[in-house]
Design a binder for this molecule. Sequence first.
Ligand code: FAD
Length: 461
Amino acid sequence: MGYGRMTDREWESIRKIVGSERVSMGESILDLHSKDESFHQRRRPDVVVWPIRTEEISEILKMANEKRIPVTPWGAGTSLEGNPIPVEGGIVLDLQQMNHIHEIRKEDLQVRVEPGVIYKELNKTLSRYGLFFPPDPGASATIGGMIGNNASGIRTIKYGSTKDFVLGMVVVLPSGEVIRVGTNAVKTSSGYDLCRLFVGSEGTLGVVTEVNLRLTGLPAEFMAAVAQFHSIREATDTVFQIMCSGLSPAALEFLDAPTVQVVNQFKKLSLGEKPTLFIEFHGASATGLKEELEMIKEICQENQSFQFDSGIGREERNRLWEARYGVRESIKVNNPGFTPLVIDTAVPISKYSEMVEWGQKVVKKKGLKGYAFGHAGSGNLHMEILGIPEEKAQWQRVREAEEEIVHFALECGGTATGEHGVGIGKKKFMKKEHGKSLALMKQIKKLLDPNGIMNPGKIFD
Ligand SMILES: Cc1cc2nc3c(=O)[nH]c(=O)nc-3n(C[C@H](O)[C@H](O)[C@H](O)COP(=O)(O)OP(=O)(O)OC[C@H]3O[C@@H](n4cnc5c(N)ncnc54)[C@H](O)[C@@H]3O)c2cc1C
């Protein structure tokens, strides 16, 4: 499909809609919006706009749709699959100035926000009301970007992912039409679930300009533990058994020995450099949590855990989670000059041990260096496989390793992407993962965006 190009006339129209301060074609601004946190190739947009009102976005989309100019929504640009890279140029709508918390309805456990709100900031504000928004991707992501990718994180095992918290939204369709989807009720059986259609659509179907989120009460008590094992299998089998035990951890994270090693160095920790589980429980009373941790300890010991530390105070616990959030940075700092290709498979929990073993086997077979970690309790495995894209033969082996690992996940009944989205990087697995229903996804895209202007080149071509 041929796209229209930005000329002085379109530039002038945008300037009229938002004023000259909120639009830029400056080199450094275009550069900042040409890449996310992935290795995917940079591509500059022609123009970056910072809208602050739904009506402005509606006007811009009307104009862009008429002229067939690509439009890509932008949150904080922390994606890992090239999701917000404007691969066809055109307009980037940077939503970071739409960052108001409109209304906290404590009595309903709900909040109405604009998409540019950073979730960490939102949680700081909500904590004053005894509330929180649990999905937690670690990076400084916006609510709009989390909706775009259906982000999740360490707490998803207990609380769910972004889609489980979005009750209603205002969306501007590619035609410029503004619609409301969803309800303020926490349950509904009313018609097709359009909210869920937009969550995870990576800005390919419209622009989210307002969101009503369900919240959770802040738990009164937290308790954390670290369990260490001699082998990966012992650690991952423990994950399966914990999940089958009826216990409900709020986090259950796996790190292989090389990951623990880089985290130790980067975060100045002194964990044994062995396969490790970080475990956390949330609850109403310390006594209840202690009982749960005792049961976890027994399961770990049955699986030959040689070290189980549950006497972790608040400060130490915060350091542990900071270390877990710092895994990507730790790998980067310890491997200068290398680029990681990120694996984000998720499989049914019974297959988690096999998935991790397969990943390790493939990386070894290809003569590559890799780190394995992930939200084990949700069956989500991240691997960072290192290579140098300019060294063609080596990078080819990295890509082959990715193929073998993702295909194994799909054969296990899993997915190519548990939380990062499809973006550019995981498009090639869509056919295998979705079969005939991929055609239906394409029809939905065609129906909502017949000119294909919204974030082209993502999810599928
Ligand atoms: C160190 C690190 C750790 C990470 N860990 C995790 C993790 O544990 N879990 C996880 O899920 N992710 C993780 N990520 C990936 C990333 O942080 C998340 O996917 C995050 O939700 C992206 O948010 P963002 O605001 O940066 O969005 P962006 O990257 O800017 O955009 C994401 C997508 O949403 C679309 N979009 C943005 N705003 C809107 C809007 N208002 N309307 C419609 N579409 C929109 C964009 O077009 C794009 O397709 C990690 C990233 C890094 C760098």
